[in-house]
Design a protein around this ligand. Structure first.
Ligand SMILES: [Zn+2]
Ligand SMILES: [Zn+2]
Length: 346
């Protein structure tokens, strides 16, 4: 066991504070990672404040982890000391179900082991990336290509793959009109990735406040959803809409923006159930769908894709003692576009 410094929420809704945690000794197939940077994801806040139900405390959040391998177990074949690596939302899964075998570990029917606020297959609680080191089985570790800076790569491990996976699955590419709903940590990655895939990209945001950024990051068009004219003008326009919004939406309105056979895919999740008039799907054979992060193989593919196209996330680097303030700013949508913790400051 190794004792490492970390930032943890001691109880639900309590501010995060500096503490220490134990990391297990490296096992046969484990790698020990010196964490350099950890992104702050909106879901860290949902979980630390029990917005999604009962959680495990103390909680060390963080599932956007970028670092360097400092030790490998004797059975490790894919990584060596000094490699630049990342860890996302999962650190294990059953490895036997159809989804795991298909590389869709995020949909493991045996339940994937989450990077934090989870319990490992050894029965021990998992702790996330707001800490100096982490020990992870090599099968749940990905390589960060040299072309990507580690701090800008960290948010790709959740925000990046959360957008990449549905954009690929629903065939965003040349000749396709794609709308990204919401221009935050997730949305800004959606704009970059959809643009790099060759799609015609429209941002649908509450206001035009971030229009200049959106166009700079690759959007072709930018509309305010607070303006009713937007819904008249864009009626029947899109092949695909990816919603990153976790506030309640009028889904009927957004479905009306799809072409026939179009899909509205949710990666943001409102805390309350929704109600929907199904005629908004029936007229036009439309799909309302959801998508969760991506598998390990696809996460590696996404990192390689971002490196090839020369982009990471747009980030604001913060010190560990600024985490609580950063949480408040995330809740106020006052971040462009992802906070990343410099782990050297823990
Ligand atoms: Zn996340
Ligand atoms: Zn499985």
């Amino acid at each position: 066991m190794t004792t490492v410094a970390a930032y943890a929420a001691p109880a639900a809704k309590a501010p995060l504070e500096r503490t220490t945690i134990e990391r297990r000794a490296v096992r046969e197939f484990d790698v020990l990672i010196d964490i350099k940077f950890a992104g702050i994801c909106h879901s860290d806040i949902h979980q630390a404040r029990e917005g999604w139900g009962q959680a495990i405390f103390p909680m060390v959040p963080g599932h956007e982890i970028a670092g360097v391998v400092s030790e490998v177990g004797p059975g490790v074949t894919r990584f060596a000391v000094g490699d630049r690596v990342g860890v996302g939302c999962m650190v294990d899964s059953c490895r036997e179900c159809d989804n795991c075998k298909a590389g869709l570990e995020q949909y493991c029917t045996g339940g994937a082991t989450m990077t934090y606020n989870g319990v490992g297959r050894d029965g021990e609680p998992t702790y996330g990336g707001y800490s100096e080191k982490v020990v992870v089985d090599e099968n749940y570790v990905v390589r960060i290509p040299d072309g990507l800076k580690l701090d800008e790569a960290a948010p790709l491990l959740c925000a990046g793959i959360t957008l990449y996976s549905p954009l690929r699955h629903w065939n965003a590419g040349p000749g396709k009109k794609v709308a990204i709903l919401g221009m935050g940590g997730l949305g800004h990655m959606g704009v970059k990735i959809a643009h790099a895939l060759g799609a015609e990209v429209t941002v649908l945001s509450q206001s035009l406040r971030k229009q200049e950024d959106g166009l700079k990051l690759g959007a072709d068009h930018y509309y305010a959803t607070s303006d009713p004219k937007t819904f008249e003008e864009l009626r029947g326009s899109f092949d695909l809409i990816v919603s990153t919004v976790s506030a309640p939406l009028d889904f009927g309105m957004y479905l009306s923006l799809l072409k026939s056979d179009g899909a509205l895919v949710n990666v943001g999740a409102p805390e309350e159930p929704i109600s929907l008039n199904l005629f908004s799907l029936i007229g036009g054979r439309k799909t309302l769908a959801g998508s969760s992060i991506g598998g390990i193989r696809e996460t590696q593919e996404m990192l390689d894709f971002c490196a090839e196209h020369g982009f990471g996330a747009e980030i604001e680097l913060v010190r560990a003692d600024e985490i609580n303030e950063a949480y408040e700013r995330v809740l106020a949508s006052d971040v462009r576009y992802r906070f990343v913790i410099d782990v050297a400051t823990i």
